[in-house]
Design a protein around this ligand. Structure first.
Ligand code: APR
Length: 279
């Protein structure tokens, strides 16, 4: 079930090329990460709202984060939708219009490149914005669903389990099910709701990896925030890329405080960059 948990004290941290513990090991963090990435590496990436920040999409808990201006309990729970579907849809319709004007950034592009280049690559995203898919990323697991999908609120027999709808803006709020005339709801996972069992099992399978990258997430919301423990338990080299230290930093092998769009670009250059052949 999607929920929040308290942050933990952090331990070893490094910004690229600072005097942190790892630099003492003679290799800066970006080289240490690039050294680990081989053609047959099993790479699993978990992304959060920070990866879309450079595309202009606000994060949830950052300084101008969505949850600073809106109350999740009024907009992102089944109870809130039951209470006021118009309010909830006004907010999701506004987000859809906003996201539709945004483009994938360099972080999305490099991850898409890696998904094409490394055969054993899985990207688990908490983001519902669809920018990874728009960057042609292969093997994306949508952990919290998609803002571009909808479901019939009544779950009517005539409607598919969920379907894609890119109408921006919706001509009528709240929008209705074309099959039963009842309400439709956004195809995202709300607080208090469970993760789709198929999605959960795909994610669990992907924790059997050599490298686990946690990028642009505050590592607060469960169960996504626990995936890194599973990868760590499987012996993966665990890395965080974030502009700040998160609750996860104390468990990781490498914590890089730098924007994702810049860091992934630098690591891609160390890997031989754009010229390097895809799979
Ligand atoms: N590069 C890397 N990290 C960044 C960048 C950037 N350019 N900009 C911001 N960040 C980091 C922030 O420091 C923060 O730790 O991204 C993180 C975003 O955290 P949140 O706003 O909490 O978003 P996220 O972790 O994705 O939230 C998880 O919570 O609200 C629910 O369902 C929603 O999927 C979401 C889940």
């Amino acid at each position: 079930m999607m929920r929040r948990n308290p942050p933990k004290p952090d331990a070893h941290l490094c910004t690229p090329l600072d005097g942190g513990s790892l630099a003492k090991a003679g290799r800066d963090p970006l080289h240490r990460l690039a050294d680990r990435i081989k053609a047959d590496s099993r790479i699993t990436v978990l992304t959060g709202a920070g990866v879309s920040a450079a595309s202009g999409i606000p994060t949830f808990r950052g300084p101008d984060g969505l949850w600073k201006n809106f109350r999740p309990e009024e907009l992102a729970t089944p109870e809130a939708f039951e209470r006021d579907p118009r309010l909830v849809w006004e907010w999701y319709d506004w987000r859809r219009q906003f996201i539709a004007r945004c483009k994938p950034n360099r972080a999305h592009e490099v991850l898409a490149l890696w998904s094409q280049r490394y055969p054993k690559f899985t990207l688990i995203t908490q983001n519902v914005d669809g920018l990874h898919e728009r960057a042609d990323t292969a093997n994306v697991v949508r952990f919290h669903g998609s803002i571009w999908e909808v479901l019939c609120w009544n779950g009517c027999a005539a409607s598919p389990k969920r379907w894609r709808d890119e109408t921006v803006p919706f001509p009528k709020i709240p929008p209705h099910c074309p099959h039963c005339g009842g309400l439709i709801r956004p195809g995202v996972v709300w607080f208090g709701e469970g993760i789709d069992p198929v999605v959960l099992s795909c994610s669990q399978d992907a924790l059997d990896c050599d490298i686990f990258l946690s990028i642009g997430t505050s590592s607060i919301v469960q169960p996504a925030a626990s995936l890194i423990h599973g990868a760590d338990a499987n012996g993966a080299f665990t890395v965080e890329i974030n502009v700040e230290t998160t609750a996860a930093a104390s468990y990781l092998d490498l914590s890089i405080q730098s924007p994702a769009e810049k860091t992934l670009e630098e690591v891609e250059n160390l890997l031989g960059g754009l010229g390097k052949k895809n799979r």
